[in-house]
Ligand binder design. Structure first.
Ligand code: NPW
Ligand code: K
Length: 634
C-alpha cells in the first residue's frame, strides 16, 4: 500500500486500490430494510412534502414534464414515481440500489456505524436514485469530517482538478502549480485540523471512483453536525430538475442550524449552482453523455431518437404510431417513434408488448391529466369564453413564498433584472389597467394610495404614467418607504406636478380628498403583507372601503391574506384587480374584473415554475383573465 501511494500525485490518475479507506457496501436488501425503517418515521417534513406532491402542489405538472407522480395507494416508495433525468422513464422510488460507503478505518474504531450515514440521507438518496436510471444502481459516498468552509474548499479543488487534470492530462504550468498548491494547502490544513480521513485519502478515493466507476454523482458526506454534505454531479445532464427541490425539506440534523442549512447540498436553484465536475473527455473517456429517452418498461433498452422526443406536441393519442425498435438491441442508436400511453400521455413504449408488461407498475400512477375533466363543464360556452376559462383553469396561483422566490430569481444572477425595471413594468401595467376600465373623461381624479414596500413603488410609477395618459393623480403615502428608489420615484412625480397628500395628513383631510376622487388605485400591500393591519393603515383601509369609490387593487387587495384571501373581512374589496407576474392563491374567490400584468417573466422561467401564463396580445402590458360581463370601459 505504502509503495503504491508513492505514485500518487494530485495530477496523475489514482486507482481505488491506492486508497486506504475501508468500503462498506450496503446491498439491496439492507437498503430495503432502511427504507422500511424510514417509513416508520411518518409525520415528518418529508411525509408532508410527499403528501403535497400527491395533491399536485409540488413537483408535478399535468403536462409531460411531470417529474414526480403519486396518484394512488399508500405512502410507500413503490407508489411514488420519479421521472429519471437520464432516460426519461417514470420509475418507482423503491428501485433499490447498492450503497458503497468509503470511510477511514478509525471511524470504525470509533464505533461509527455506516448505517446511520445512509439512513440520515435516505429521502435525498431515494430521490436521487429514483431520478437516475442508467448506471446508477450503485451510489458512492465518501465519509469525512469536513466542516462547511473546508467542504467548499475541497469542492473548488475537485472542480479544478476535474476541469484541467482529469485523466492525467497535461495542463498549463500555471494551472499545474495552482492544483499542487491547493492540494498541499488542503493537506496541511486538514491534517492540522485532524480531519479523518486525511485529505490525500479523500482525494485518492474521490478521483479513483470517478475514474473507475464513472457514476452520475458522488456524495462527500460530512460527519460534522455543523456541516453539510456535497453532491458532485459528473455531467450537467445528471442534475435533476430544480422543480423537484422546490420546498423539498432540508434534512439537516443539527437543531441549531439556520434555515437554509441542508443535509446534502441539493442543487435547489438548478444546474447553475450544482457542483458539476467538468471532466475532459477523449480517449477512453470519449463517450459523450447524451440524454436517452427510453421505453418505460424497465427491462427494455430501446431508446427513442431525439427528433421524436417532441411527440407530445405533435401526436394526438398516438397509440397507433409505428414502432421499429428491436427491444433486445442494447445499442443507444436503436430508435423508434414509440407508443405514448393514451391515458396519461406521460410515458412511451417501444411496443404494445412492453406496454402490457409495464402496465402492472404503470397503472399505479396512470391517470388522465386533470385539466381534461374541465371540458365537460365548459359545454355551452362561447369559444372566447372557453379560451378565457381555460386560461383561468390552468394558470398557476402563487403562494406568498413562491411569489417571493420568483421575485428573487428575477433579480438574481439568472434573471439579471433590477428592481427599477420590474417596478416600471409593474406600475405601467397598473396604469394601463385603470385606463382600460375607467375612462379619463369620467374618472379623471385618481387617488393613488401607496404602501411602505415595493408595491408602494408600483403605485408611484403608475401615478406618473396615469399623468402621461391624461389623468389627474394624487399620491397618498401615509408611511413612506425608506428606500432611495421610492424617493426618486416620488421626485419624478413632483417634477410632473403630481399632487401628494402629506404623510401625516389627518383622517379628515383623507376623507375630504376621497370625496373629490373618482377612482382609487390601491397600491398599499402586496405579497409580503401579513395581518393584522397595523397603524396607520388600520384607519386608512376602512376609510378607503367606506368611500364607495371604484377601486383598482394592485397584485392582491390590501388587507387580504396572500393565501387565504379576505378571511378576516378587513381587506379592501376592489372592483378591478391587476395581478402581477401570476395571481396569488388568496384571490381565487375574487369576483371582479381580473387582469394580469408584469410582462417581464422570461418563457424559460414561466416553464420552470409552471406558471401557464396566458398570451399577452401585441404590445399590451396586461391581459384580462376573467370577465363577469362583456368588456367595457366605464
Ligand atoms: N416579481 C413581481 O411580481 C414584482 C412585484 N412587485 C411588487 O412588489 C410587491 C411586493 O413587495 P414587497 O415584498 O416589498 O412587499 P409589500 O407587500 O409591497 O410591502 C410589505 C410592507 O408592508 C408593510 N406591512 C406588511 N404587513 C403589514 C401590516 N399587517 N400592517 C402594516 N404594514 C404592513 C411592511 O412594512 P413595515 O411595517 O415593515 O414598514 C412590509 O415591509 C408585490 O406585491 C408587487 O406589487 C414589483 O414592484 C416588482 C416585481
Ligand atoms: K394591493
Amino acid at each position: 500500500m505504502r509503495q503504491q501511494a508513492q505514485h500518487y500525485s494530485a495530477l496523475s490518475q489514482p486507482i481505488l486500490a491506492m486508497s486506504e479507506l475501508v468500503c462498506k457496501t450496503l446491498d439491496n436488501d439492507t437498503t430495503d430494510m432502511l427504507i422500511d425503517k424510514w417509513l416508520e418515521h411518518r409525520n415528518d417534513a418529508y411525509w408532508e412534502w410527499f403528501q403535497a406532491v400527491r395533491q399536485r402542489k409540488h413537483a408535478s405538472n399535468t403536462l409531460r414534464h411531470q417529474v414526480i407522480v403519486w396518484n394512488k395507494g399508500d405512502f410507500a416508495p413503490e407508489n411514488i414515481f420519479c421521472r429519471t433525468v437520464d432516460t426519461g422513464r417514470l420509475i418507482p422510488l423503491d428501485r433499490t440500489w447498492t450503497t458503497h460507503v468509503y470511510h477511514h478505518r478509525s471511524m470504525q474504531d470509533r464505533k461509527l456505524s455506516m448505517m446511520p450515514v445512509v439512513f440520515t440521507m435516505l429521502p435525498e438518496l431515494m430521490l436521487l436514485r429514483g431520478m437516475h436510471d442508467l448506471g446508477c444502481d450503485d451510489v458512492y459516498i465518501i465519509v469525512t469530517d469536513l466542516k462547511r468552509q473546508e467542504m467548499d474548499d475541497v469542492t473548488e479543488y475537485f472542480k479544478l482538478v476535474c476541469r484541467y487534470a482529469y485523466g492525467g492530462r497535461t495542463c498549463k504550468p500555471s494551472i499545474t502549480s495552482q492544483i499542487q498548491y491547493d492540494h498541499m494547502r488542503l493537506c496541511h490544513t486538514l491534517l492540522k485540523q485532524r480531519r479523518t480521513p486525511c485529505f490525500p485519502q479523500i482525494d485518492i478515493a474521490f478521483r479513483a471512483i470517478l475514474y473507475e466507476k464513472r457514476p452520475p454523482f458522488i456524495i462527500l458526506f460530512s460527519h460534522q453536525t455543523t456541516s453539510y454534505s456535497q453532491i458532485f454531479f459528473t455531467h450537467p445532464h445528471f442534475v435533476p430538475s430544480e422543480d423537484i427541490f422546490f420546498d423539498f425539506p432540508s434534512g439537516c440534523p443539527n437543531p441549531c442550524c439556520s434555515d437554509d442549512c441542508e443535509m446534502i447540498r441539493f442543487p435547489r436553484r438548478g444546474v447553475e449552482v450544482a457542483a458539476i465536475l467538468s471532466i475532459k473527455r477523449g480517449g477512453r473517456y470519449g463517450k459523450k453523455i447524451k440524454a436517452k429517452e427510453m421505453c418505460n418498461w424497465i427491462d427494455c433498452d430501446a431508446s427513442f431518437s431525439e427528433e421524436t422526443q417532441r411527440y407530445a406536441e405533435s401526436s394526438e393519442g398516438s397509440e397507433g404510431s409505428q414502432s421499429s425498435a428491436d427491444c433486445g438491441d442494447t445499442s443507444s442508436s436503436s430508435s423508434t417513434n414509440g407508443l405514448v400511453c393514451s391515458k396519461c400521455r406521460l410515458v412511451k413504449y417501444c411496443s404494445p408488448e412492453h406496454q402490457r408488461k409495464d402496465w402492472d407498475e404503470h397503472r399505479r400512477v396512470c391517470a388522465k391529466p386533470a385539466s381534461l375533466g374541465v371540458v365537460v363543464v365548459l359545454l355551452g360556452c362561447t369559444c372566447t369564453m372557453l379560451c378565457q376559462l381555460h386560461t383561468i383553469m390552468s394558470i398557476r396561483y402563487l403562494t406568498a413564498r413562491l411569489a417571493q422566490q420568483i421575485d428573487e430569481e428575477l433579480m438574481g444572477a439568472w434573471g439579471a433584472f433590477s428592481i427599477d425595471q420590474l417596478m416600471e413594468l409593474a406600475g405601467l401595467s397598473c396604469a394601463q389597467t385603470l385606463e382600460k376600465v375607467y375612462d379619463k373623461e369620467k374618472y379623471r381624479r385618481v387617488l393613488v394610495c401607496c404602501g411602505p414596500g415595493n408595491q408602494g413603488g408600483d403605485g408611484l410609477v403608475a401615478a406618473r404614467h396615469l399623468r402621461m395618459f391624461g389623468y389627474e393623480p394624487t399620491i397618498y403615502m401615509p408611511k413612506p418607504g425608506s428606500k432611495d428608489i421610492y424617493k426618486r420615484l416620488h421626485k419624478q412625480c413632483d417634477n410632473m406636478k403630481i399632487k401628494s397628500l402629506p404623510p401625516d395628513a389627518t383622517i379628515d383631510e383623507l376623507r375630504s380628498t376621497l370625496s373629490s376622487t373618482d377612482v382609487i388605485l390601491d397600491a398599499i400591500f402586496g405579497f409580503s403583507f401579513k395581518g393584522p393591519i397595523r397603524a396607520p393603515f388600520d384607519e386608512v383601509l376602512p376609510l378607503i372601503s367606506s368611500s364607495k369609490k371604484p377601486i383598482v387593487s394592485v397584485d392582491i387587495p390590501s388587507g387580504w391574506n396572500v393565501e387565504k384571501g379576505n378571511e378576516a373581512g378587513v381587506g379592501i374589496v376592489p372592483d378591478v384587480l391587476v395581478s402581477l407576474t401570476a395571481p396569488k392563491e388568496g384571490v381565487r374567490s375574487f369576483k371582479g374584473r381580473h387582469f394580469l400584468g408584469g410582462r417581464f417573466v422570461p418563457k424559460a422561467m414561466e416553464e420552470r415554475f409552471q406558471l401557464n401564463l396566458p398570451e399577452y396580445l401585441g404590445a399590451e402590458q396586461i391581459v384580462e383573465l376573467s370577465q363577469e360581463q362583456e368588456p367595457q370601459r366605464l
